[in-house]
Design a protein around this ligand. Sequence first.
Ligand code: FAD
Ligand code: ZN
Length: 474
Amino acid sequence: MSALLERIAAVVGPHGLITDEATLEPFLIDWRKRYIGRALAMVKPASTNEVAEVVRLCAAERTAMVPQGGNTGLAGGATPDASGTQIILSLSRMNRVRGIDPLNNTLTVEAGCTLVAVQEAARTADRLFPLSLAAEGSCEIGGNLSTNAGGTAVLRYGTARELTLGLEVVLASGEVWNGLRGLRKDNTGYDLKHLFIGAEGTLGIITAAVLKLFPLPRGWATGIVGLDSPESALALLSHARERFGERLTSVELFSDFCLDLVLRHFAESRAPLRARHPFYVLIELADSHPSEHVRQQLEDGLAAALEASLVRDAVIATSEAQTRAVWALRESISDAQAREGKNIKHDVSLPASALAEFIAVTGTALERAYPGVRVVCFGHLGDGNLHYNISSPVGVDADAFLANQETINRIVHDRVVHFHGSISAEHGVGQLRRDEILRYKPPIEMELMRKVKAALDPLGIMNPGKLIARMNQL
Ligand code: FAD
Ligand code: ZN
């Protein structure tokens, strides 16, 4: 064992250092299995002081660290490079709830708490922590904050960034910044926590956070509507916003082709409406009233939408099982398209006012370039966030079709930027979009990002090669 690893072992103890290749293996590859790296070791500190000590030891040796939470990220941010010289710094052992303050509506947790554990801790105090996404059983709050995760309740509660009041961060120097303040108002200068949120581990290591809590809703209502077009979906969104106000929690869009994939690949799934429609919207309300009451409100609102011809048909779930089935349709789309074969993914956001035109124009451009190409268009309509994925035409080998990735990315992303959108709405940049953002972000914005990186990580040891290209040769 190298002298550095011996020193690290002395800090983190026998449970905190993993060098055995078989144990390391799952942590060297990303969720989508696109990136495979190597590592000197995985280090699992159990406290902030241990993280700080490990960072100091690594800084002294100029050894790069790759922070890792649940390793569910979709941009390759938590995967080490191929050099075998980097250390994976796993936060998973730091999973304590440090405190809950129901009166202040705040919860202080360590970075390694899974998202589900954070939600449960909030519930024990009769509060809601609203961040919710399909990977919530495995992803960790440190990873959620570092990718500024979104999910299915952003429309009402905001992204991870908007749910955070304070942070504790181990800086690249090994110093600890304790910014664990539970304040809604604090105008004492630059809001430093926002630098670390969404930084994908490139500026420091988040070890704990103060999170915002909300009243736990008492009732829910979930429905699915069938519609003609994205234009109608946007008109429905506007109608629902006006009608339901802050009770509107989720508005998720998917095309009939998405439904088709789910029905084909999940035998237990059923089409939600009597007939098929070009697009569907899943709509959910949550309120302080019981579910029967909320369902009635949703029913009245959807009846008005039907009358105004905004929607073609609608159904409201009347039991837990039906609600789960409705959400399962939406949440199975990713898996269904994976079962259909490899595809080219995009996670884009657009101003709502441009969304329908983007879908029309981009679909036409793709069809012109690749006749028969299949667009898997779904996402968080309420946030203007589309998962706009491209599958090969029927009869064209999916693996071979991947060779067109760059051209297809260009077709999609050029149009996203034309409509003033973003090429990474909620999944981050990592390795996947690192070079592509250079094409789309203003040079001055990249320059400011490089300056921030150089100021906070002058040695270039914090997750180098992710988000922005390496600056220091390690
Ligand atoms: P990891 O994958 O371990 O790491 C992600 C990045 O954060 C890496 O760059 C890593 O270096 C860095 N990092 C991790 N922990 C720390 C830390 N403590 N300090 C500093 N840096 C750190 N995302 C959405 O936004 N919305 C969704 O709806 C959504 N759905 C998903 C569904 C599935 C099935 C899957 C697999 C993923 C989904 N994601 C979604 C992706 C999402 O980014 C991750 O699930 C989650 O936020 C990442 O958390 P993690 O703990 O797994 O982070
Ligand atoms: Zn999503």
